[in-house]
Design a protein around this ligand. Structure first.
Ligand code: SAH
Length: 285
């Protein structure tokens, strides 16, 4: 039996031994290709702390534990406790947090030695990208759905994959697609292929107006103020922070007029924008 088949058997055996039926609503598609597990784990850099989202059956957790200083693995589903507690016993550098990763405050782990490595549950991948935006860490290695990998690679507004995730990743990260991963590498098989991406936080240049406003738009999510108010406040703040001449509310309105954005768009919140509108907003900023 080759190593691919043996991990495949291990995944199926664990699921049946512990009577676990995969929950699709939680994105439970388990990696059963040892080569992909190794590719992800080998991205761990020396002396790093790793946060993993979605421990699942722990096959990636275990490989991460062999390479990282310490691992904090966050899992929402308590059914994996008996399996994961065995890993914690074998590897004292592993801590499992049973929680919703979207609700965990990651700021307390911020450091230049922090990596995020995860086969990311599909249903939280976009929300998690928002969570990573503005967080201080070394790099994130994420196995994500193919669509998200297309979005982060989209070069301009004409690309059909262009959207909120494109702007978010271009504003906050240098990103790269490391490789495409076939859906056959998971059990149960998801509908689409996946991709391993890496995200490295960009240094924030507060004198770059476009970048500043985009960061400002994302910062206030999910409060979702109207675009016109968010840009107005962002412009005023930009002048303040860069010690430029004070901008009044009226001045800011004038600047927005020059941007020639439609009334309709300005009166929506960022989250209500469709990809076309996000494209025109990105162009005019
Ligand atoms: N890392 C494992 C499991 C991937 S499946 C592997 O590579 O096989 C995705 C995992 O994320 C599941 O275990 C699922 O229960 C977990 N998960 C889903 N939503 C989550 C959330 N909001 N917070 C933490 N874990 C979550």
């Amino acid at each position: 039996m080759n190593s691919k088949d043996s991990l495949q058997k291990e995944v199926r055996d664990k699921l049946s031994k512990f009577y676990i039926k995969p929950n699709f609503d939680l994105g439970q598609h388990f990696l059963m290709d040892s080569e992909i597990v190794k590719i992800l784990a080998n991205e761990v850099r020396p002396n790093h702390v790793v946060i993993e989202i979605g421990s699942g059956l722990g096959q990636l957790t275990e490989e991460l534990a062999k390479r990282a200083d310490s691992i904090i693995s966050i899992e929402i589903d308590n059914r994996f406790k008996p399996i994961l507690s065995q890993i914690v016993q074998r590897y004292p550098n592993v801590e499992i947090k049973y929680a919703d990763a979207l609700k965990v405050d990651l700021h307390e782990y911020e450091s230049q030695n922090l990596q995020i490595v995860s086969s990311l549950p599909y249903q939280i991948s976009e929300a998690f990208m928002h969570k990573l935006a503005g967080l201080d860490f070394d790099c994130a290695i994420l196995l994500v759905g193919k669509r998200l990998s297309y979005a982060i690679q989209a070069e301009n507004e004409e690309d059909p994959s262009f959207g909120q995730m494109t702007i978010l990743s271009q504003t906050f990260f240098d990103s790269e697609v490391i490789r495409i991963v076939s859906k056959k590498c998971f059990y149960p098989q998801p509908k689409t292929d996946s991709a391993i991406i890496s995200l490295t936080p960009k240094v924030f240049d507060k004198t770059n107006k476009r970048d500043f406003l985009l960061r400002y738009l994302f910062k206030d999510l999910p409060k979702s103020p109207l675009i016109k108010n968010a840009i107005k406040e962002g412009l005023i703040e930009f002048h303040k922070i860069n010690e430029l001449e004070n901008l009044s509310q009226n001045d800011a309105r004038e600047v927005i007029l020059v941007m020639k954005l439609s009334e309709n768009l300005l009166n929506k919140s960022f989250q209500q924008l469709n990809n076309l509108e996000i494209g025109s907003l990105s162009k005019s900023l």
